[in-house]
Structure formats: structure tokens, C-alpha cells
Design a protein around this ligand. Structure first.
Ligand SMILES: *[C@@H]1O[C@H](CO)[C@@H](O)[C@H](O)[C@H]1NC(C)=O
Ligand SMILES: *[C@@H]1O[C@H](CO)[C@@H](O)[C@H](O)[C@H]1NC(C)=O
Ligand SMILES: *[C@@H]1O[C@H](CO)[C@@H](O)[C@H](O)[C@H]1NC(C)=O
Ligand SMILES: *[C@@H]1O[C@H](CO)[C@@H](O)[C@H](O)[C@H]1NC(C)=O
Ligand SMILES: *[C@@H]1O[C@H](CO)[C@@H](O)[C@H](O)[C@H]1NC(C)=O
Ligand SMILES: *[C@@H]1O[C@H](CO)[C@@H](O)[C@H](O)[C@H]1NC(C)=O
Ligand SMILES: *[C@@H]1O[C@H](CO)[C@@H](O)[C@H](O)[C@H]1NC(C)=O
Length: 503
């Protein structure tokens, strides 16, 4: 997920604008209210593209929209659900060929496939994969395309269209004059920042597909090669910077030469020194921003959870017992290291370095500390989580900001005074308290700048100032949360108060 690159993002998006000549660029479309307003107090507009401009049709998705529209109490929430739930399919499927088992999914206003974003862009459709075989085929094709990327470039997070698609690669200004070692080919890679959670996204998409369909046919040679590469990264990036004799080996490094827009990773592209803890280091955060310390707690939490799922999936299908064994060992090692080395006075640090250095903060992108229950790492009633959440949603967190109408957690990616709605969604997943849920929910609903879509960030000073008009992941995460509430807290949002489960 990347920063709103001012005008460049739109130029990039325009290059591959394809669906049909009559279809508007959704990045522009999303900047002004389009269809009829809802009957709610906010009168939020209908923002789905014309049917002919939608990039994938699913009857199962349409049924969920119809069901939920009939059940949701508040017409503004119903309108937001109607706009956001189909957004990934309506706008981001840039290429899909079943016969090739390949699909290319863009993030929204940036024409590239991010491993992290796609996993999240499809997370709210998982329960439908068992009933909509075409949708399942699409997700399987996404997994296969990503398996090829990860097998070749396990250190990279954002990619160009597959050559079979005939789509031209798009230029990334932020990768100009950047030197990555081992080097990458810019026809395949859009950006090669090393972000541990990108690999977790690939694992999550794979196991969610398997869980919903019971179909293991995605485990082809590409996929196993990708899994082996993930273990290579885990082994390489869990090592301390120096051994006992101060020998130093760099497996991957990122530097910028003069003119590079992205700041280089310090220490010649290797990051801050780290000592072994059992966790796996990263260079950049899920926001694509530079890490302060290498051991990002929430990314390690997600990795620990996903490795357990990977082992379960391999065991259930009787495959690759050695990989399953490694996955279980690493999952436990990482889990213990998180609890043993990142918690002090009952509060998790966001980042640590293994030397005692710790940074107490949170960043809005998932995986974040606020999202630990969503990730499946711990229960929302865990006392350490509750104590950490209280710190993060207060001025003890440097990236918490509060204005008259909007508040939440942001990050250095936009500015500290631009919290992200995504942080409020994670907060809702982190509580069973009705008042806290409704407060967070209405902070999101009231702050779409009247556009009926979920944005990247929103200024606490000015309700009209937001970033990223078209951000598919944020739309998906919102819809996923609404479906979760429809099951977990139906009386808060549904007319009949009865729990609703899609499919
Ligand atoms: C989706 O359905 C509409 C008709 O309702 C059609 O015009 C459009 O081409 C379909 N999109 C795809 C990707 O098949
Ligand atoms: C790939 O790199 C070459 C050499 O720097 C450059 O000329 C070209 O524009 C780049 N292609 C893309 C798609 O960025
Ligand atoms: C960068 O990484 C490469 C391996 O890809 C390594 O050979 C080289 O020594 C590293 N350079 C630095 C300055 O760490
Ligand atoms: C899917 O996940 C659920 C909940 O964890 C589990 O009970 C079920 O066995 C899983 N199904 C498959 C096919 O893995
Ligand atoms: C599993 O075993 C295969 C050979 O049977 C080997 O190539 C691979 O590296 C092993 N993987 C792990 C994670 O141990
Ligand atoms: C780390 O945590 C595990 C499980 O909580 C515990 O068994 C182990 O002794 C701890 N190790 C250290 C070095 O504290
Ligand atoms: C949302 O807006 C409504 C109507 O203006 C207002 O009553 C409510 O307090 C707002 N909720 C939050 C959490 O800002």
C-alpha cells in the first residue's frame, strides 16, 4: 500500500486504464458523488461503476449486497456496504484467464499488484468461495500469479502484470535510482521493498482459499517453490546483524542513488543493527515506510499465525511434512519471542531490535498492534492487548491524533494528523463493547467526505481533506468488518437483530 503520490499516481493509473473507452477512470469517478444519495442523514451517494464497466461479476456477491441492504438499520451504512463490498470485483480485476490460471489485481489508484493488498482485498469474499465457483477460480488464479512472483522475488512486495496479459508494465517514479540487491527486473517487479507481511499475505490468501473450498490444486510447483523461498527469507532475516566475531553478511539491501525519491535504508541498505530474538526482521512497514527497528511485532504475529495455518493445511493434505515441521517450529519460536522480548509493563512495542530498543507506537496499516485479534494472534480480552490498546488510542502513541470530528491512528506515511479509517476498523475487531464499536463505526461513516467510500486517511482539521479516493483494500476491510458485526453484534446494526452469515 502506498502513499498518494500526488499527480503521479493518477498518471500511472491512466496508462493502463483499459476496461472500455467509455468507462471513466475510477480514481476520478470516486472523487465526486455519482449516483442517488441514500435516505440516511448523510445522503451518501451510490458509487458503483456502470455494470458494463465492472471488472468481474459474481451472483453470490450481489446476493450478499441485497441481503444486507434489506437488513441494515442505517441507510448510510447500507449504502457504504453496497459501495464497498463489491469494490474489489467492480474495479480492480485488471486481467483474468482461467485457462492460464492467472489473474492480475490492482490496488485501486496504483496499477500494480501488492501481495499484502490482494490478500486483504479478497478477505471478505472467503465465505463465498465455496458457493461461487467462478469467484473461487479467480482467487486460485490470483494465488498462482503470486506464487510465480514470490518464487522469483521473495523480497519484493508489488508487481507488474504477468507477460501473458499483454498489459504493459507501469513506471514507478519511486523506484527510480533505487538499487536493490539482489537486483530485480522492472518488467516483473513494481517495487522491491522488503516487507515481511507481504509474504504473510500470500500465505493467508492460500490458506483461506483452501479453507473455503477444500481444493488443494493450487499447491503446484510454483506454489511449493514460493513456500521454500519464504523459509529462505525467514532464515536469512531472523539472523542478528553480526555473529560473535562481528562477521556480517547481507542477503538483501536497498539503497538509493542521487535523485531517488525513496529514502535509502540506513547502514548501506541493511537497516538498523539487530540481535537475534527468534523473530524475523523487515526493512519496511506495511505502509511501505522505513522501519525504525527491524522486528515489527504485528508482522511477526501474523507470520506466527499463518505458519500454523500452513502446517495445518499441509498436514490435512498429507504434503511436505518437512515444511510442515519447519512451519510449526518457526511459529512457536516467533510466538515465544514476541511474548518474551516485546512486552514491557504489559504493553507490546510496535518494533524492537533485540538489544533492548523498543518503539511504542502503532501504524494504521494491517498488520498493526490494534489488529492483533483480527490477525488471530490473541483474543481481544487478553489483558496485554487491552493495556496496549489503551496506550495506542491515547496521546501516549505518537501517531494517535484527535480533532473535533475525527480521530484515530495514522502513521508517518501521510502525516500524524491524518488518521486512517482502517485503524478504527481494527479497533472494532478489538472490542466487544457496544459503545466503543458504535463510536468507532460512526467516526468512519461520518468521515467519507460525503463520497461513500473508505479512504486511506482523513484530516482531523478539515473534513474535505482525505487521501486516496480509490483504495480497494480499505473498502474491503470495511465491508468485512460490517459482515463480522452482522454475525457477532447483529443487534447493533441489523433491523431484526438476528445474526446474518453470508452463504
Ligand atoms: C458484468 O455484467 C455486465 C452486464 O450486467 C456486463 O456488461 C459486463 O461485461 C460484465 N463484466 C464482466 C467482466 O464480465
Ligand atoms: C525499467 O528500467 C529501465 C532502465 O532504467 C527504464 O528505462 C524503464 O523505463 C523502466 N521500465 C519501467 C516500466 O519502469
Ligand atoms: C548487498 O547484498 C548483496 C547480496 O544481494 C551482497 O553481496 C552485498 O555485499 C550487500 N552490500 C552491502 C553494502 O551490504
Ligand atoms: C476451515 O477453518 C475452520 C475454522 O478454523 C475449521 O474448523 C475447518 O476445519 C477448516 N476447513 C478446512 C477445509 O480446512
Ligand atoms: C523439504 O524437503 C525438500 C526435499 O525433499 C527440500 O528441497 C526442502 O528444502 C525442504 N524444505 C524445508 C522447509 O525444510
Ligand atoms: C519464552 O517463552 C516461552 C513460552 O512462554 C518460555 O517457555 C521460554 O522459557 C521463554 N524464553 C525466554 C528466553 O525467556
Ligand atoms: C456522526 O454524525 C452524527 C450526525 O451529525 C452525530 O450525531 C454523531 O455524534 C456523529 N458520530 C460520531 C462518532 O462522530
Amino acid at each position: 500500500m502506498m502513499k498518494l503520490r500526488l499527480s503521479t499516481a493518477y498518471i500511472t493509473a491512466a496508462v493502463l486504464l483499459s476496461v472500455s473507452a467509455q468507462c471513466p477512470d475510477y480514481a476520478d469517478y470516486a472523487k465526486t458523488p455519482q449516483g442517488n444519495p441514500s435516505n440516511g442523514a448523510l445522503g451518501l451517494p451510490f458509487m458503483r461503476p456502470e455494470p458494463a464497466c465492472r471488472t468481474f461479476n459474481s451472483t453470490a456477491v450481489e446476493k450478499v449486497i441485497k441481503d444486507m441492504k434489506a437488513r441494515l438499520k442505517d441507510p448510510d451504512i447500507a449504502r457504504l456496504f453496497e459501495n464497498t463490498f463489491p469494490n474489489t470485483l467492480d474495479t480492480t480485476v485488471r486481467y483474468f484467464k482461467e485457462a492460464e490460471n492467472l489473474a492480475f489485481i490492482i490496488t485501486g489508484d496504483i496499477t500494480a499488484q501488492w501481495l499484502r493488498d490482494t490478500a486483504n482485498q479478497f478477505a471478505h469474499y472467503h465465505s463465498l468461495l465455496g458457493v461461487d465457483s467462478e469467484l473461487a477460480t479467480l482467487v486460485k488464479a490470483v494465488i498462482n500469479n503470486e506464487a510465480r512472483y514470490v518464487a522469483e522475488y521473495p523480497y519484493c512486495g508489488a508487481f507488474q502484470p504477468p507477460p501473458e496479459s499483454g498489459l504493459s508494465p507501469s513506471h514507478n517514479d519511486w523506484a527510480d535510482n533505487v538499487l536493490v540487491n539482489p537486483p530485480v527486473d522492472n518488467q516483473t517487479v513494481f517495487e522491491c521493498k522488503y516487507e515481511l507481511d507481504s509474504l504473510c499475505g500470500f500465505l493467508k490468501l492460500s490458506r483461506s482459499y483452501y479453507n473455503a473450498t477444500n481444493d488443494a490444486s493450487f499447491m503446484n510447483d510454483n506454489w511449493f517453490t514460493a513456500i521454500e523461498q519464504i523459509f529462505r527469507v525467514i532464515r536469512e532475516q531472523s539472523q542478528g546483524t553480526f555473529d560473535d566475531n562481528f562477521n556480517f553478511i547481507s542477503f538483501y539491501n536497498w539503497t538509493g542513488t542521487a535523485g531517488a525519491l525513496s529514502p535509502m535504508v540506513n547502514n548501506r541498505g541493511n537497516g538498523e543493527p539487530k540481535a537475534y530474538t527468534g523473530m524475523v526482521g523487515t526493512h519496511h512497514r506495511p505502509s511501505d515506510d522505513l522501519s525504525t527497528f527491524a522486528y515489527l511485532t504485528p508482522a511477526n504475529a501474523m507470520l506466527s499465525v499463518e505458519l500454523t495455518h500452513l502446517a495445518g493445511m499441509l498436514d490435512a493434505t498429507g504434503q511436505a511434512q518437512n515444511i510442515s515441521q519447519s512451519a510449526k517450529e518457526w511459529s512457536t519460536r516467533i510466538h515465544n519471542a514476541i511474548w518474551n522480548t516485546t512486552v514491557r509493563e504489559d504493553v507490546f512495542a510496535y518494533e524492537t531490535n533485540g538489544f533492548g530498543g523498543r518503539y511504542v507506537m502503532d501504524d494504521a496499516n494491517v498488520p498493526s498492534l490494534l489488529s492483533l485479534p483480527y490477525l488471530g494472534f490473541l483474543d481481544k480480552s487478553d489483558p496485554t492487548y487491552i493495556a496496549t490498546k489503551n496506550v495506542l488510542l491515547s496521546n501516549k502513541n505518537p501517531y494517535y491524533a484527535k480533532g473535533a470530528n475525527f480521530r484515530g491512528v495514522g502513521g508517518p506515511h501521510v502525516t500524524p494528523w491524518n488518521p486512517w479509517p482502517m485503524s478504527l476498523i481494527s479497533t472494532i475487531y478489538g472490542t466487544d463493547d457496544d459503545d466503543e464499536i458504535l463510536q468507532s463505526l460512526y467516526l468512519i461513516v461520518n468521515n467519507t467526505a460525503g463520497l461513500g467510500l473508505i479512504h486511506e486517511s482523513q484530516s482531523i482539521y478539515d473534513a474535505t481533506q482525505y487521501t486516496r479516493p480509490w483504495f480497494a483494500w480499505a473498502n474491503s476491510y470495511f465491508a468485512e468488518m460490517i459482515l463480522d458485526l452482522a454475525q457477532r453484534k447483529p443487534s447493533l446494526i441489523l433491523k431484526d437483530g438476528k445474526s446474518y452469515t453470508p452463504a
